[in-house]
Ligand binder design. Structure first.
Ligand SMILES: C[S@@+](CC[C@H](N)C(=O)[O-])C[C@H]1O[C@@H](n2cnc3c(N)ncnc32)[C@H](O)[C@@H]1O
Length: 383
């Protein structure tokens, strides 16, 4: 999968376990901010029907490949076409000129292959799911030979070691259809998606700072859209990066946007992952989740120690490549919040005992620990 800031690779077991604790086996999970679709992929593998959503086209393409497409429908064709595309000779075009000559994200010999493969995919006129699998194959191939720290707001001054490798197309790990049913991929604003889709659990992983994902991954957006947009600045960002904004990237607007999304949800449980570097403190997030379902929410938290993204590990450099600052800290804490709608308690009747609702029984160990203490802290340390 592509390098992606905020990707939940290390947190996957905690998130899957939290979903297991809140959803019936083979139930439906809505992933409102799907990004790489790592989480959706893991949930599909665990048998859930996943509805993935992300407002960027490259992320919706990843979701169509990893969540919506099923191996039994696309893999035979994908294997044949990936081999054909991988054998194409390079041919310089818009991508090479923009991202390998005007800027330096890929070496020109690899950029020429991106141009040739992307143009061939455009000419094939494929069904959307198969096309997404090929686009993801190309995106991931380009990511493996890029010359960045994992963000496309800049590229390295000197070519990275991996950029000298030949771009190699591989078949993505498309899964068979989940027992819970066929998944789906959407590219809506999170608030619209929250209102549009019913699910047993909604997973929420919003951005946590002011840097837009479109600006951070504009090369993938242009590669997927293939609309050859006007670009600006040294980083050659798409012109529409300036207009396509998200309220979730704005400190003053974040809380209201999250409250809107939560208010629109059509599910009985919510799992949220959010870092301690984000726009809301733990207390604020717990209070907001506690307001769900008319205040009938039981909220618990799992706390995980996490390594910060590679840029933070390397330090702060000016455009001449000189180190001009250090980063305050190299680790952060990710909180995984679980909010569940509490069943309405029947009025107590003298002499009767109230048993827990059936769906409160048989929950997994981490989730039950989290549920029962309300502030369970599972020490997970990634090195
Ligand atoms: C922290 S990342 C999600 C990472 C993902 N869970 C993963 O593991 O790869 C946040 C995502 O939210 C998306 N996003 C930001 N604002 C959005 C909005 N208003 N509606 C839908 N998606 C949005 C971004 O494109 C980004 O992919």
């Amino acid at each position: 999968m592509i390098k992606y800031i905020g990707s939940k690779r290390a947190l996957l077991p905690v998130i899957v376990d939290a979903v297991r604790g809140a959803a019936p086996e083979g139930g439906t999970v809505l992933d409102l901010f799907s990004g790489t679709s790592r989480v959706g992929h893991a949930l599909k593998r665990a048998g859930y029907r996943v509805i993935a959503n992300d407002h960027n086209a490259y992320a919706a393409t990843l979701a169509r490949c990893y969540v919506q497409a099923d191996a039994e429908d696309v893999l035979d064709d994908a294997r044949r076409l990936v081999a054909e595309l991988d054998a194409l000779p390079g041919r310089a075009g818009w991508f090479t000129h923009t991202f390998c000559e005007k800027s330096r994200y890929l070496q020109p010999f690899n950029g020429e292959r991106v141009d040739a493969v992307r143009e061939a995919i455009a000419q094939m006129g494929l069904a959307p799911e198969l096309e997404s699998v090929l686009l993801v194959s190309l995106m991931e191939a380009a990511d493996r030979v890029d010359s960045t720290t994992g963000l496309q707001m800049a590229y390295l001054k000197r070519w990275s070691a991996r950029s000298f490798n030949r771009l190699e197309m591989r078949v993505p790990d498309v899964l068979p259809r989940a027992a819970g049913g066929k998944g789906a991929a959407h590219a809506l604003d999170a608030c619209e998606a929250a209102a549009a889709f019913e699910a047993d659990v909604t997973y929420i992983d919003p951005p946590y700072n002011q840097h837009s994902y479109l600006g951070n991954y504009h090369v993938w957006e242009s590669l997927v859209r293939w609309d050859r947009p006007g670009v600006y600045g040294v980083a050659c960002k798409r012109a529409d990066v300036r207009e396509r904004r998200s309220d979730f990237n704005s400190r003053p607007r974040f809380a209201a946007a999250l409250r809107r999304a939560l208010g629109a949800l059509r599910s009985r449980a919510v799992v949220v992952s959010f870092s301690d570097e984000g726009f809301l403190s733990r207390a604020e997030m717990e209070a907001m989740l506690g307001e769900l379902w008319g205040g009938r929410a039981a909220v618990s938290v799992v706390e995980c120690d996490y390594k910060r993204y590679v840029g933070a590990q390397i330090g702060i450099y000016n455009p001449r490549g000189e180190k001009v600052g250090t980063v305050g800290r190299l680790r952060n804490t990710e909180f995984v919040y679980v909010a569940r709608r509490q069943p309405r308690q029947p009025e107590p009747v003298a002499g009767c005992r109230v048993n827990p609702a059936p769906d409160d029984q048989n929950r997994s160990a981490v989730s039950m620990a989290a549920m029962s203490t309300g502030t369970s802290s599972v020490a997970i340390r990634q090195t």
